[in-house]
Write a protein of this length. Structure first.
Length: 283
């Protein structure tokens, strides 16, 4: 039997599987079973909790001196992912509950590098690290660099950002609301990114305040996406022409997140994290 913990960050939910010594090799089929909402536990992804020194990836293992624990994240379809913004907070909540970390600020290892997490009154804040515009020249010239087509009709312009994982952000044109979107199929992106991308559809609510829905690669539409919230806030900030360090409020279907641009082209994501169940499952 395999132990598990179920948790979520603004209803972006995960199955955490403790494997401190790195002896468990999760297959895509096992991940799909764990995340199956009808025949499994249900979740947007699986997080294997393993000591960084036992990671199979050399680049991840090199982070062990400063980050004892590795967040081995898998999408619901079983594919590996670089990291997950909401998942980092749920991972941190698990480490804290289990007594695996003692400090109020600590680093965790991901495939996108080490991420520093700090405890806040609302939950956790995570320095997601460096981000960049995928095509900065084209973005600053045209305001966008790719086209996205969802089931609501014609292609619309989008901005590509890399936050350790890929994103394409769309500011919805007038006349189309978030509620009208049909995200039951993956939006088409042109040119198509080699590894796919998460797609965020954004509506401005007010100054420094946006709302969004997101389709995550390898998952489908989710109730929240942490790196997607950060990408959406950074894209809206870029389009506004005022690239300062003011925090942004981001409403997602599962709750509310705060995104704060930092110096050095970095960004912080803050929000709640909850652990809701523990159990065992036969894999």
């Amino acid at each position: 039997m395999t132990r598990f913990t179920k948790g979520h960050g603004t209803e972006n939910d995960f199955v955490l599987v403790p494997d401190p010594e790195g002896t468990l090799e999760l297959t895509p089929a096992q991940v799909q079973r764990l995340t199956d909402r009808h025949a499994g536990i249900g979740g947007d992804g699986v997080i294997r909790v393993v000591r960084t020194e036992f990671a199979t990836d050399d680049a991840v293992r090199s982070l062990a001196p400063g980050a004892e624990w590795f967040m081995d994240y898998r999408n619901a379809d079983g594919s590996l992912a670089e990291m997950c913004g909401n998942g980092t907070r749920v991972f941190a909540a698990y480490l804290q509950r289990e007594g695996l970390v003692a400090d109020r600020e600590f680093a965790i290892a991901t495939r996108a590098g080490a991420k520093v997490v700090r405890v806040t009154d609302e939950g956790f804040a995570v320095d997601l690290g460096p981000w960049r515009l995928v095509d900065e020249v084209g973005a600053r010239r045209d305001g966008f660099d790719v086209m996205v087509r969802a089931r609501f009709g014609k292609p619309v312009p989008a901005l590509s950002l890399d936050l350790g994982n890929p994103h394409a952000v769309v500011m919805l044109p007038e006349g189309i609301t978030l509620e009208q979107l049909d995200l039951t199929e993956a939006p088409e992106i042109h040119p198509t990114p080699a590894g796919g991308a998460n797609v965020e559809f954004v509506r401005a609510v007010g100054p420094g305040h946006i709302a969004l829905r997101v389709h995550e690669r390898g998952v489908g539409e989710t109730r929240s996406c942490g790196t997607g919230a950060a990408a959406a806030a950074l894209a809206t900030r870029f389009w506004s022409g005022v690239e300062d360090f003011t925090p942004w409020t981001v409403d997602v279907p599962g709750g509310r997140l705060t995104v704060t641009p930092l110096g050095g082209q970095r960004v912080e994501l803050a929000g709640p994290a909850e652990l809701v169940a523990d159990g065992e499952i036969e894999l």
